[in-house]
Design a protein around this ligand. Sequence first.
Ligand code: PMP
Length: 400
Amino acid sequence: AELDPATRDLVERRARVMGPAYRLFYEHPVQLVRGQGTRVWDAAGREYLDAYNNVPSVGHAHPRVAAAMAEQAATLTTHTRYLAEPTIAYAEDLLSTLPRTVDTIMFTCTGSEANDLALKIAKIATGGTGVIVTENAYHGVTTEIAAISPSLGGLDSVADWVELVPVHGDLGASVGAAIARLEARGIRPAALIVDTVFASDGAWPDVDGFVDAVAAVRRAGGLFIADEVQPGFGRLGHGMWGLERYGLEPDLVTVGKPMGNGQPIAATMARRELVEQFNARSRYFNTFGGSSVSIAAARATLDVLRDEKLIDNAREVGEYLLGELAGSGLFVEVRGVGLFLGARLESESRALATVNALRDRGVLIATSGPANDTLKIRPPLPFSRADADLLLTELDRALG
Ligand code: PMP
């Protein structure tokens, strides 16, 4: 399809200055200029239903989050080396949502940094160097974390201190075997790190043997890092964290993406003893991690999540949408939990064609999964039943 001249011009200018590393969504890229709740608008004033973006989790441009950020920006922006009551109060509140053993927080700006810090803490605390991740894991972009992110492929293909485990079958048995493979190579395990909704592995809601996998890595002297960057902050509609659905007790937890509704704020949370061992051997300061405006955004985001009962909404609308998608007969397979859903089609080309057709019909989603044949539906949490019906209608037309 021919791009209109204005879009073509922007695509060319973008390629000229930003180069080839940043991919664009859609055959006909969208230039978004405004958002509100579950809707976004392009430069021509056209409205789209956003069924994809999880970062503006409590809704695009939420007025309470925007006001909190604006007020803080107009008052003071500083970092964690000064006493700040709002930061401490937020930390107390967030930690109270996790199992009691996880009692200490360190702020970062991105999920990658949070995982990088978690892994460093785990390596120092255990004296081990081995890491176990799932086969198509994505945990971020730092050099260390790219090396445990097999989904990146290419130069970043996993380091020799990493073992991969499949998501299917018994995760406990697979992790046990991975530990044995590490030990056979003389490598002691530092950590098992798992995204608790297995997002880049294709989003699997109920993986067998997860609890046993955690027990196995602990028995071998390693730690369990729960990567809650994707599932966290209520997306799954069951409590705040993906780990709650399995009753897991993590040693470290990493969070990011939806934490500040778009402001870059993320965190590593850990058992105190681990942070003490880390601190005896290393240091950490992150200039922007936990800065005043980021904390204001995170505070307001958490308040809105609770006040607007968005976790209940994620559960209710998610169940409805899952049922309707499964009953539609349009998909090879439908799975997911809360507002994190995947609907698999016959092939990658059909999935991409559907995503582009939906975009032309005013609905934004994307593809995902190891074979890239799955429609990824992961909207802002205020996604209503009417929004779900609109998505279903347009899906039906796009696939019809
Ligand atoms: N962990 C998971 C599970 C993620 O999905 C991502 C981002 N897609 C990250 C970590 C990295 O977060 P960031 O992009 O903020 O560095």
